[in-house]
Design a protein around this ligand. Structure first.
Ligand code: MRU
Length: 310
């Protein structure tokens, strides 16, 4: 599971939270039930550390793993009971994620229903969550209500989640999707081809600063320049209320190969220096509102987050 998360076989903040939770179960399920509870806790801590270290930015991963650890310590008397608790909580996290995405769809629809075309970045859909997605959930909800919102999908270099996943997912759900390269977003905005931007999130600080796939910050700046609303959609498991602002969000740096090679083909000199952060931070002031399963968090984000989520 650690390898699967590292190499993005499973990716997207909520999905790696759920996968991490089941990863803990995989790591403890064969632990000898003849050992002491202390030995079991030590093993649980070790497994949890390994899983959390797989990717640093999405807070859903430590959120899910720590929750499982807490419950496993709190409940059950025997190792067998504690193993069962770990499995049950993992299944609960999975089901809760489904419900949160549905609720995000419902709340997001109230905002997005006035728009005809939106732009999204990376993939914050069904392949990034248990089902429905976050940023794409309102689009699916709108479709169920008979409103067809069109989508422009950024291809999302370097790993092309927009091209490979969002375009695939939307086509398969009969949503009108147009794929663009990341550097076309400004043009699309200036020509008024989109009405709003909606993206997912990997970690949201107490003041509303939001880490999401690299390129999101640029989109937010562009949206501001073109007077286009910029929405973030995320479940409460993506908020990290222990950090004041985005400067404290750990940003994953990935291998230079991801930029030098594009799907097996070398596209740059092998020895060129590369800067490859997987995420960037969009300052809270560029975000029109955050759509959560609990409702819409409007500006001023810091005050509203404190009021609704703390
Ligand atoms: O590197 P990835 O593909 O895991 O990045 C995913 C994103 O940035 C998503 O937008 C974010 O996790 C939200 S998914 C609902």
């Amino acid at each position: 599971m650690v390898e699967a998360i590292k190499v993005l076989r499973v990716r997207g903040a909520p999905a790696i939270g759920v996968a991490g939770a089941f990863g803990v179960y995989l790591g403890i399920k064969d632990f000898s039930e003849k050992e002491s509870i202390t030995a079991f806790y030590n093993h649980l801590d070790e497994i949890s550390r390994k899983i959390i270290s797989a990717r640093p930015t999405a807070v859903n991963l430590p959120w899910a793993v720590e929750r499982i650890k807490r419950e496993a310590r709190r409940s059950g008397n025997t190792i067998a009971e504690k193993k069962q608790i770990v499995f049950d909580i993992a299944k609960k996290i999975l089901e809760e994620d489904r419900q949160m995405c549905l609720a995000i769809g419902r709340h997001g629809y109230e905002i997005l229903k006035i728009y005809n075309t939106i732009l999204t970045h990376c993939n914050a859909g069904g392949f990034a969550t248990t089902e429905y997605g976050t940023a794409l959930a309102p689009i699916y909800y709108a479709k169920d209500k008979g409103k067809n919102i069109k989508v422009f999908a950024d291809e999302t270099r370097p790993l092309l989640q927009g091209a490979r996943i969002t375009a695939f997912e939307l086509i398969n759900n009969n949503i009108d999707v147009t794929l663009i390269c990341d550097n076309m977003a400004a043009d699309v905005m200036r020509k008024k081809m989109i009405d709003a931007v909606i993206v997912g999130a990997d970690r949201i600080a107490l003041n509303g600063d939001t880490a999401n796939k690299i390129g999101t910050y640029g989109l937010a700046v562009l949206a501001k320049a073109h007077n286009i609303p910029f929405y973030v959609a995320a479940p409460s498991s993506t908020f990290d209320l222990s950090i004041e602002n985005g400067n404290f969000i750990p940003i994953e740096q990935r291998e230079s190969e991801e930029i030098i090679f594009c799907y097996g083909k070398q596209i740059a000199p092998r020895n060129v220096k590369v800067y490859n952060p997987a995420f960037d931070v969009t300052p809270a002031e560029l975000i029109t509102a955050i759509i959560t399963e609990k409702g819409i968090i409007c500006q001023p984000l810091k005050e509203e987050i404190k009021k609704n989520l703390v």
